[in-house]
Write a protein that binds this ligand. Structure first.
Ligand code: ADP
Ligand code: ASP
Ligand code: MG
Length: 801
């Protein structure tokens, strides 16, 4: 026996001729492997128009007539465009729209039974689309027959939201449908009372109809064809970055739809909850995708993470002793209990106001009563309107409330504070109440949290020169189960590229020059306003303007990692400001590579201080470039030539004068001094420059050109040292609150005299290391070691947060 598949097409899947053609293809494909039964909604927008028609007052017939003829034309035009028209279907559509007109102008029914009158009007939408789609299918070689379910789905007389009489409905549907030898195109959304008055099952009720049909026919599979890729982590109209959920259980989908996930009607599962029917939510414009698969038996797995936004609500507070009076009033008037979607209230203590949250539509109806009660009690309740709830669902809440804390933290960092937090014990969701625009921002942020592997870190990389580009390569190659990186943006001084899905080394050659113009304030605004929740700004620029951006970033909860030495060496008050901002917002500022490239100098010093040690002296060689230069001099290379090769090899700063002037080493010692608690300015340092006075004011090119004039001077100076068994090193010393930096003549066989390559060597004397210093030695320059040091800082931040 062939399998039975129920295919439900929502109004959005039938919105125009091209969508309807697509739906025809879907039915044809199914008919090759199973027996299809089709359930249809009204064409997109038609139910809304019918509701609007039912609200046109009786006297306004011109307006009503206009709407009636538009509705008729919309359907007949579609039929013509689809070409599958038969005279019979035209006749039927015309008869239906005559019936609509007759009902609309039936003043007796309108006043005597307004609910029945309105539901009869609404039923035309589904009935017209069933006739239309059956006719199109028949014309495309799939003989089909429309089935109007008011004859088979029996309900009580709760018009607008009718309740099914299950057994009778199941039998009538089974009898009517099983015997058909054509493809049934069944109306969604409608039923009828025992007096044969048409009823409707509630907005979006066609999904429910599909569930009823699946139950009656004991179907194998039910497909809900709609306009999104499946059940997503959020409504994409509110959260564009929402992602598809691959698998859900019946329990999951019931929970989501009961709390506002409009993609499927909450009652859809009811009729089939005990059956092994699989449900698939699919996109009729992306039929190659498998959408979301929902099964009773799916273990509710990690895929259950989603959010819904519901509202609007009104919030008000009354003094606690009056809480009971107001809750009784609301219970009486709404017939609902506190805790339902209609209203909820909570009391914190006798001394704090009781808080009520009511659906805005309910509040409007009860406003007079509430105000009256408030008057009688002599109070003026504090009222805020236009609030929305963001309800977050995740399986993680089964184990602990950690997700609640993490989400609240990330919202606080962005300055978003919910008016109310509601956590239902033992449930997999909690809800937060916000004003409308904040609700939207919160929803986007929470979605980011839900979809990102929680350990993902977003990075903005400013500067893609030697260090920046190497770092990007290291990030590309980085592979870990615990952490993942996503470079959301990068820039050089002229162009900026953004991509939420991640940028890579390849984008440097291939796209950066097409990026927008680099505009620092705009970059900061975007990072601060963006919905990333764990962002690190890496400054690999060496630009003063960029180094001045850190306080704003840190204040917004964005971490900063900087190989650039500038920020820590501006005025002391700026150094202090950076630490203040970071500690106030819990953000991190890391700069290990400011001293000794990848060597763990700053972290070692801080570890010593944290463990109660006190530093008495820091001295040694902190310039890899200088070590390289003096090594080359020892080998007989002229000074000027050595400078050029250091530059070529990427050891020297972009402008080699920053090295030769001693400025680079000065910045390192200044930073170290401040790290150990000295309050000191750049001018307090004594620094010997290797730049001859005559060349001081030249531009970079002329400077390099004239440098050979000083080769002889350096040769002589080195020879003089050598004659005493010594050599030259550029050293620095911080002791007794003073810093002195310059060229020193040292024994050739001392540890500093023997430094090779680009090595740095720092001696740390402290209370604990008072006799023999703690020595840190190793390569202290070069793009590889520096980039690796920056990556290390990034990793430390991901571990801390
Ligand atoms: P149809 O006409 O197919 O029944 P609906 O408009 O009733 O379409 O439902 C689909 C819409 O549901 C989507 O366009 C989307 O805006 C909304 N929606 C709300 N929440 C979700 C969610 N979690 N996943 C997918 N779609 C959702
Ligand atoms: N046409 C109805 C509505 O718009 C039912 C449905 O689409 O499921 O609510
Ligand atoms: Mg729907």
């Amino acid at each position: 026996m062939s399998k039975i598949h129920i295919l439900k097409f929502g109004g959005t899947s039938l919105q125009d001729a091209s969508f309807i053609n697509q739906a025809v293809e879907v039915v044809k494909n199914t008919s090759r492997k199973a027996r299809p039964f089709i359930v249809v909604s009204a064409i997109a927008g038609v139910t809304d128009r019918l509701i609007a028609l039912s609200k046109i007052p009786a006297g306004k017939s011109a307006k009503a007539n206009k709407s009636l003829s538009e509705l008729r034309n919309l359907h007949t035009d579609l039929l013509t465009r689809l070409g599958g028209s038969t005279a019979e279907c035209f006749e039927k559509l015309n008869a239906l729209f005559d019936e609509l007109r007759g009902t609309y102008f039936d003043d007796h029914l309108r006043t005597a039974k307004p609910g029945a009158w309105r539901d009869h009007i609404l039923s035309i939408g589904e009935r017209a689309s069933a006739h239309l789609f059956a006719s199109v299918l028949s014309a495309r070689q799939l003989p089909s027959v429309p089935v109007e379910t008011q004859h088979y789905i029996k309900t009580d007389a709760t018009f607008g939201e009718a309740n099914i009489i299950p057994k009778l409905t199941r039998n009538l549907l089974a009898d009517a449908l099983n015997s058909l030898d054509k493809v049934a195109v069944i109306t969604g959304f409608i039923g009828s009372t025992k007096h044969r008055e048409i009823t409707t099952l509630g907005r979006s009720g066609s999904d429910y109809t599909a569930g009823l049909i699946a139950d009656a026919l004991n179907a194998d599979h039910l497909e809900i064809w709609t306009d999104v890729d499946g059940v997503l982590t959020a409504d994409p109209k509110i959260v564009p970055a929402a992602r598809n959920l691959e698998y859900l259980s019946f329990e999951d989908i019931s929970e989501l739809s009961a709390h506002g996930a409009k993609v499927i009607h909450p009652k859809t599962i009811h009729p089939i909850r005990e059956r092994d029917i699989s449900i698939q939510v699919r996109n009729s414009h992306q039929p190659q995708q498998s959408g979301t698969l929902i099964k009773r038996s799916h273990a509710s797995n990690g895929d259950f993470r989603s959010l819904t936004v519901t509202g609007p609500y009104v919030y008000f507070e009354v003094p606690d002793p009056l809480a009971k009076d107001f809750s009784e009033l609301l219970e009486q008037q709404t017939g609902a209990e506190s805790g339902s979607d209609g209203f909820s209230f909570s009391r914190i203590s006798r001394f704090e106001p009781a808080q009520f949250v009511i659906k805005e539509e309910v509040f409007r109806e009860l406003k007079d009563n509430i105000e009256h009660l408030a008057d009688r009690k002599g109070i003026e309740p504090v009222i805020s309107e236009n609030l929305y709830r963001v309800n977050t669902f995740t399986n993680k809440l089964r184990q602990s409330d950690l997700a609640v804390t993490q989400i609240l933290q990330l919202l606080y960092k962005k300055g978003i504070r919910p008016k109310r937090i509601h956590r239902e014990p033992n449930r997999r969701y909690f809800s937060l109440l916000f004003p409308e625009t904040e609700a939207r921002r919160a929803a986007n942020l929470i979605n980011e949290y839900l979809v990102s592997d929680t350990n993902r870190t977003d990075i903005f990389l400013a500067g893609v020169g030697a260090v920046g580009s190497k770092l990007l390569q290291l990030i590309d190659e980085f592979n870990s189960e615990d952490v993942s990186f996503n470079v959301i943006g990068l820039c050089n001084s002229t162009n900026t590229l953004w991509n939420n899905r991640g940028l890579h080394s390849a984008d440097l050659d291939n796209g950066l020059d097409k990026g927008g113009q680099t505009d620092w304030p705009a970059i900061v605004d975007k990072l601060i306003g963006g919905d990333w929740h764990h962002t690190i700004f890496v400054d690999a620029t060496g630009s003063e303007e960029v180094a001045r951006l850190y306080p704003g970033l840190l204040e917004a909860g964005i971490h900063v990692v900087s190989p650039s030495k500038l920020a820590n060496t501006f005025e002391q008050s700026y150094y202090d400001l950076l630490r203040e901002k970071a500690s106030a917002k819990g953000s991190s500022f890391r700069y290990e590579t400011n001293v000794g490239a990848g060597l763990p100098i700053i972290s070692t010093i801080n570890d010593l201080l944290d463990s109660g040690d006190s530093i008495t002296e820091l001295s040694g060689v902190l310039s890899g470039t200088m070590t390289y230069l003096f090594n080359k001099l020892e080998e007989g290379t002229p000074f000027s030539e050595a400078v050029l090769t250091a530059k070529k090899l990427g050891y020297a700063e972009p402008d080699p004068r920053d090295d030769l002037s001693g400025e680079d080493v000065a910045r390192k010692f200044l930073t170290l001094a401040r790290e150990i608690g000295l309050r000191i300015e750049r001018d307090d340092l004594e620094v010997e420059s290797l730049i001859p006075g005559e060349l001081k004011n030249l531009d970079r090119e002329s400077f390099l050109e004239r440098l050979p004039e000083f080769d002889e001077y350096w040769r002589n100076r080195l020879d003089e040292a050598a004659s005493k068994g010594e050599t030259l090193r550029y050293t620095g010393k911080l002791k007794d609150g003073k810093i002195r930096i310059g060229v020193e003549s040292l024994p050739m066989n001392s540890s500093l005299g023997q430094l090779k390559g680009t090595d740095n060597l720092l001696r740390i004397f402290s209370s604990r290391y008072s006799e023999t210093p703690l020595i840190i030695q190793g390569a202290g320059a070069g793009r590889e070691v520096t980039a690796a040091g920056v990556l290390n800082d990034i990793l430390k931040i991901t571990k801390e947060h």
